[in-house]
Write a protein that binds this ligand. Structure first.
Ligand SMILES: C[S@@+](CC[C@H](N)C(=O)[O-])C[C@H]1O[C@@H](n2cnc3c(N)ncnc32)[C@H](O)[C@@H]1O
Length: 307
């Protein structure tokens, strides 16, 4: 597996009462751990070509890399064969390995929990950048919330590249919460199980500097067209955003201003198609909103006015 560099992003437009200048994510995002080689897999003679061919025939684009990872997952050939058979049957590679690479970090995953996507590295980088600015601005660790955290990918990047921070994360899915605890607690984070803000300690209301959210945003009617790896192996709650894909965003936007500190920001991932509506939701929630467009991801950033 290889690190996918985040493509240059550009500020598209602002929505809100005031359009404070927003410096968007840097044009390149460097992995927080300078060890991309850790995840580079060089096919070698110990990976049978027949195995690579089976994976390729099953539609695995990086069949050589996947074969090497699966062969390396166990010294027992019977176990490897079982993993390959399950991969050929469509199970996500990361669920079989028990880990996923995200922004240079090796994160634990759980069957059924959402596997972090590389495009979300842009959100994580932007959240970390804002956390560093907030810490520098008020001279104490920023309070960062990874809401709908899944296995805690965004929080892990923030902890690795913006510490010291006060890191809170929450998700409704018990499998995601289990993995997030394993990924975030060693990095100083705390993980809560529950519905959106209800899961968070009330003492942080009005004190959050960065609210980073990658919530489900696939319209219900489009789930059927997703790749089987997602459709059949990830929890529906991780994917389904309701009729227009923005049900969870609506709820996040409606209460964000109550949780954000003055000057704090909500960074939320969406699609280019949904961005205008998402930005309007943040604006209706009392935030100044801008859309940040990347090549393969769209972020909407909402800021709580300072005064
Ligand atoms: C698209 S996944 C993203 C996970 C993680 N943020 C990431 O980027 O890897 C959405 C996550 O939102 C969680 N979720 C959905 N509805 C939720 C709710 N009402 N409260 C908390 N978490 C929720 C799902 O369980 C899932 O883990």
């Amino acid at each position: 597996m290889r690190f996918d560099a985040v493509m240059p992003m550009r500020l598209r437009h602002g929505v809100g009462r005031r359009h404070a200048p927003v410096v968007v994510a840097s044009s390149r995002y460097d992995p927080v751990v300078p060890s991309a080689d850790l995840f580079d897999v060089s096919p070698d003679a110990s990976v049978p070509e027949a195995l690579v061919a089976r994976l390729r025939a099953a539609g695995c684009v990086f069949a050589e890399d996947e074969a090497a990872l699966l062969v390396g997952a166990s010294i027992d050939p019977a176990v490897v064969e079982e993993l390959v058979a399950r991969r050929v049957a469509g199970e996500p590679l990361e669920a079989l390995l028990g880990w996923a690479e995200f922004a240079g970090l090796r994160l634990e995953v759980e069957p059924g929990a959402f596997v972090p996507r590389h495009r979300t590295e842009a959100l994580a980088a932007e959240a970390a950048r804002r956390a560093r600015l907030a810490s520098e601005g008020h001279g104490r660790p920023a309070v960062v919330v990874d809401l709908c955290c899944g296995v805690g990918a965004i929080g892990a990047v923030v902890a690795e590249s913006a510490s010291p921070v006060v890191l809170l994360a929450a998700d409704l899915d018990p499998a995601a919460v289990r993995a997030a605890r394993r990924n975030l607690e060693p990095r100083g984070g705390r993980v809560f199980e529950g519905d959106l803000y209800d899961a968070l300690p009330q003492e942080y209301a009005g004190r959050v500097d960065v609210l980073a959210v990658n919530a489900p945003y696939v319209p219900s009617g489009e789930i059927a067209f997703m790749p089987p790896e997602a459709r059949d192996h990830e929890a529906r709650i991780a994917l389904d955003g309701g009729a227009d894909g923005l049900d969870v965003h609506r709820r996040v936007a409606a209460s964000a201003v109550r949780w954000l500190a003055p000057g704090g920001s909500l960074v939320i991932e969406t699609s280019e198609r949904q961005a205008e509506t998402a930005a309007a939701l943040l604006h209706d929630g009392g935030l100044d909103a801008v859309v940040v467009q990347g090549d393969d991801v769209t972020l909407v950033v909402g800021s709580r006015p300072s005064a």
